[in-house]
Design a protein around this ligand. Sequence first.
Ligand SMILES: Nc1ncnc2c1ncn2[C@@H]1O[C@H](COP(=O)(O)OP(=O)(O)OP(=O)(O)O)[C@@H](O)[C@H]1O
Ligand SMILES: CC(C)(CO)[C@@H](O)C(=O)[O-]
Ligand code: BAL
Length: 292
Amino acid sequence: MQVIDTIAGLRAAIAAHRRAGRTVGFVPTMGYLHQGHTTLVDRARAETDVVVTSIFVNPLQFAPTEDLARYPRDLPRDCALLEAHRCDIVFAPAVEEMYPRPMETIVDVTALSGLLEGERRPGHFRGVATVVAKLFAIVQPDRAYFGEKDYQQLLLIRRMVADLSMPIAIVGVPTVREDDGLACSSRNVFLGPAERAVAVVLSRSLADAEAAVADGVVDGRALERRVRAFVEAEPLAAPDLIAVRDADTLLAYDAAEPPRAVVVLLAVRFGRTRLLDQRVIPVRPASEGARP
Ligand SMILES: Nc1ncnc2c1ncn2[C@@H]1O[C@H](COP(=O)(O)OP(=O)(O)OP(=O)(O)O)[C@@H](O)[C@H]1O
Ligand SMILES: CC(C)(CO)[C@@H](O)C(=O)[O-]
Ligand code: BAL
């Protein structure tokens, strides 16, 4: 496995593989890797000839008040894990290599950037779209792998690639979870023991929403109220975002004409740690009726 920290070095390494006719799979990350990330790498390993993983904590996507300085980092540990998962190339540039001067060129997926998580983290998705577009220009992968856990991010990247005609297949990978159902996240390391014990409320509230949909509840506001009550029953959980939307557009929908599937999106604070989770729930056509 090669570990490369310059754009020129990475381009040279990938060019050699391209000349040999190999396909390239790309997994962008911010490091401090866990089983969610390695599942993306395994998928890329299975589907492409050369696997490139980037590790870059992108300052552009953090607001000044957010946890950039505190974001966990451990490159040697990440490299050992990636080697074990047969990654071929790790790209771990310094901030100065990626942004040698202030960026004048910004990618903004306008409507999707401003909704939901984008409303709560102003500028966040502009930072994500800009760095991912830059990484795509550097790596030029055939396929790129993203987790469904960051659901709005996944839709935004799909839209960016479609709008800008980037010849890259975007692969969404289901959320990988700990044994109790908590979604794997680099930020889980910040949870104290009591917070860690109760964080399972996220996945349980999603299971409860799924059961409600199966029982015929499709109204987005009713589902939101139900999920909120479930989460708020846990005193250590402070919801920041609870939304039930059309899974394809992220827009609110009319319960009389429900979409093909809804998505429940959660961002919940446990102390200083803000965790995301989500679930896409298919909606049965109204003609099938509710369960007796
Ligand atoms: N539990 C998971 N299952 C599947 N994919 C995941 C999971 N967690 C993160 N990913 C994906 O890994 C990629 C890199 O994510 P990132 O490095 O931000 O990790 P993270 O654990 O989401 O960190 P944090 O949640 O603390 O921001 C993204 O595409 C993300 O959706
Ligand atoms: C896609 C990404 C690597 C861009 O910095 C980041 O937002 C992430 O880790 O999800
Ligand atoms: N996984 C999303 C990256 C962030 O929280 O900035």
